[in-house]
Design a protein around this ligand. Structure first.
Ligand SMILES: [Cu+2]
Length: 400
């Protein structure tokens, strides 16, 4: 659906229908452009999701969105809700108290790896000036097998202490040419002299990815949903789920320039191919770019300096007084099913095993404190911040 200004209201009603079109078109789970949602900072977003699949549950998680007092809208199957059965609908309603760029995705098993995701822009102040907003620009790994097939292969690999299989290619804004020359490069039209805001999001399943636009350094202005003091870089390293908004100054010779997405092998990621798209100045002749890449970094480390535009100093004394160790690791459990051991993410030496029919939040709502051990609840003494480390591989499992 086309989202016009009329949709920006306190009763912002938008509809998404999840229907698997076909394997090849799996990024079109959400029809047309309806998967790009826009709203203003402070407004209440209301999205009705219909599960039109016939053999899968679903649920939509709003990545990075604070659900203060709206926990039931968090969309995490088995934790805050039961999966939507085929034919079910649910309306997610919450207030957007943050602003910037983010995404939403299915939180039903590995389903988002088949393309069940979209992007969300919450309009608000910016810490760097620009003329034109190009909107969201997703970067993701892509497998020719289904996400559920890849999840099974990954389980077997991990049992043998091997990494997940490499992805087959990288999609930029949902498209790329493959190694055999099939497919299409995405093209972004720009005009010399203008400054463009581009909202980069890594929606991968298992790949950390670096991106760059030849001859055009990025001025980085937000990290996730936090405006930062702008800094300039040729390449940005994006972990799974991360968002960086950048400004690109179209001040180069009129022509066509490669936008590059390269898997970060130094971050234990693996992909059989690479991503390319084209930024084309108005007035440029058509044709593939012949530009050269800036030197690519090879050390797996966070972007820096990430300095928030508005510092928010929080006392760490309460945190320090409660801090404890929480072991997070991949374990091969000595539980055998069909002749194979089970590979699990262990948090505090226990794997989580949710019950689709009895989400954790239901226990809270009914005051039932007899949580099964496999729910892996970790009690914290007081309300407040909990910080968990993340590691490789399958990082999004814990990031969510
Ligand atoms: Cu997420």
């Amino acid at each position: 659906m086309a989202l016009g200004r009329a949709f920006y209201s306190m009763a912002n009603i938008q509809a998404l229908q999840f229907k698997q079109v076909s394997r090849i078109q799996k990024v079109q789970y959400c029809h047309g452009d309806a998967n790009r949602l826009h709203i203003d900072w402070g407004d209440t977003l209301s999205v009705t999701v219909k599960n039109s699949m016939t053999g899968n549950g679903t649920g939509i998680h709003w990545h990075g969105i604070r659900q203060l007092n709206t926990n039931t809208m968090d969309g995490v199957d088995g934790i805050t809700e039961c999966p939507l059965a085929p034919g079910d609908t649910k309306t997610y309603t919450f207030r957007c108290t943050q602003f910037g760029s983010t995404w939403y995705h299915s939180h039903y098993s590995a389903q988002y790896g088949d393309g069940a995701f979209g992007t969300l822009i919450i309009n608000g102040p910016a810490s760097s000036n620009y003329d034109i907003d190009l909107g969201t620009y997703t970067i993701n790994d892509w497998y020719y097998k289904t996400a559920f097939q890849i999840a099974d292969i990954t389980d077997v690999n991990l049992q043998n202490r091997n990494p997940p299989p490499p992805a087959d290619t990288i999609l930029i804004n949902g498209t790329n040419k493959n190694a055999a020359g099939g497919g299409t490069y995405g093209t972004v039209s720009i005009t010399k002299g203008k400054k463009y805001r581009l909202r980069l999001i890594n929606t991968s399943v298992d790949n950390m990815i670096r991106v760059s636009l030849d001859n055009h350094p990025f001025t980085v202005m937000t990290s996730d949903l936090v405006p930062i003091k702008p800094y300039t870089t040729n390449w940005i390293l994006m972990a799974i789920g991360q968002r960086y908004d950048v400004v690109i100054y179209a001040n180069q010779t009129v022509g066509n320039y490669w936008f590059r997405a390269e898997v970060a092998t130094d971050c234990a990621s693996a992909n059989n191919y690479f991503g390319r798209s084209i930024f084309s100045y108005s007035g440029a002749a058509s044709g593939d770019p012949t530009t050269t890449a800036a030197t690519i970094p090879s050390v797996c480390k966070d972007e820096s300096p990430l300095v928030p535009w508005v510092p928010n100093t929080v006392s760490s004394s309460a945190f320090v007084s409660q801090v404890g160790n929480l072991e997070v690791d991949i374990d091969v459990e000595q539980v055998t099913t069909n002749g194979q051991n089970i590979v699990v993410w262990g948090v505090n030496l226990t794997a989580i095993d949710v019950d689709w029919e009895k989400p954790t939040l239901e226990y809270v709502k009914t005051g039932n404190t007899s949580y099964p051990t496999v729910f892996n609840l970790i009690e914290i003494p007081n309300e407040g911040t909990v910080s968990l480390p993340t590691g490789a591989p399958n990082r999004h499992c814990i990031n969510a």
